[in-house]
Design a protein around this ligand. Structure first.
Ligand SMILES: [Zn+2]
Length: 304
């Protein structure tokens, strides 16, 4: 059995998977303080290790992460936009406590590895966007293209912090502590709560919040189509499940691109540019399990 942990900013999901990625059980831990959350995670994992023969732990973690194994902080969350998590080293803690290999990666990189399994041979690559408490993203190369091994690749881009113009009917200043009104500052779960004072998952589907949200997603995706070689953006996390949001975002994207350039629009208008991620909303959790079954991600060996 494999234990997968999707360590997010508001919740940790813990899943037990068999070697064929079949999910056996799942548990959710609400994030409070870092110390309390880690203690709850450790005690839940201890119970799982009693019940299952666990061969490894896979971790999907929000970044920035220290991924250079030569550094003492290897595995730690560093300089995060979440100050209370800065310096917390989940892979080191868990490998020491449970004495199994711990594979870890950025949550978006793990999600991409889950999504990449749903590419048909010869299909193009795509941009993956996670729109949750924060916003993150990564690029998935076309099937057959060589992906660089961990240690030889760069960290995922900061797609959540691309700069968007604020919509004229939106007085909300933005929630990003670095930029105010960047993509994440305007369209993350935290921004939605800040603007409407209602959690995103409690807003009804007809609320005008979703029209604004569709415009911000479409603005960001227009920029991504214009600045990357990809014409598909797969959206994961909880927001991808909101009824009609993806379709409305595609409508706005066509309006914003306004037929330019014609060659690109012929391709993008022929199919939906913005798609719900196939593995949403569990992409990062499944990706965490894949790291163990495929031996991918960054690896923290248990101390001798
Ligand atoms: Zn920002």
């Amino acid at each position: 059995m494999v234990v997968a942990v999707d360590a997010g900013k508001t919740k940790f999901l813990v899943g037990v998977f068999n070697g064929k990625l079949g999910e056996v059980e799942r548990h959710r831990i609400a994030v409070t303080t870092a110390a309390e959350t880690v203690a709850a995670l450790e005690s839940h994992l201890a119970a799982l290790f009693e019940r299952h023969a666990v061969t490894g732990i896979g971790l999907s973690v929000f970044g920035p992460l220290e991924t250079d194994p030569r550094r003492a902080e290897f595995g730690a969350i560093v300089g995060s936009s979440e100050p209370q998590w800065s310096g917390v080293n989940l892979p080191a803690l868990l490998s020491r406590r449970f004495r199994v290999p711990v594979h870890f990666d950025f949550d978006v990189a793990a999600a991409v590895s889950a999504e990449a399994r749903h590419r048909t041979p010869g299909s193009g690559g795509f941009v993956y966007l996670s729109i949750g408490t924060g916003i993150g993203g990564a690029f998935c190369p076309p099937a057959g293209a060589l992906a660089p091994a961990p240690g030889h690749r760069t960290d995922p881009p900061q797609l959540g912090h691309i700069q968007l113009a604020r919509e004229s009917d939106d007085p909300y200043p933005g929630s990003c502590r670095f930029h105010g009104s960047c993509f994440q500052g305007l369209a993350s779960g935290r921004a939605i709560f800040g603007r409407w004072q209602v959690p995103a998952d409690e807003l009804p589907a007809h609320h005008r919040a979703w029209d604004l949200q569709a415009r911000y997603i479409a603005r960001a995706c227009t920029n991504l189509v214009y600045s990357s070689p990809f014409t598909t953006v797969r959206v994961g996390s909880g927001i991808s499940q909101v009824p009609g949001l993806i379709a409305r975002s595609n409508d706005y994207l066509r309006t914003f691109m306004n037929g330019f350039p014609e060659t690109l629009c012929r391709e993008t208008f022929g199919s939906d540019v913005i798609q719900r991620a196939v593995t949403a909303p569990d992409s990062s959790l499944i990706g965490a399990a894949i790291q163990v079954t495929e031996g991918s991600g960054f690896k923290f060996a248990p101390p001798r």
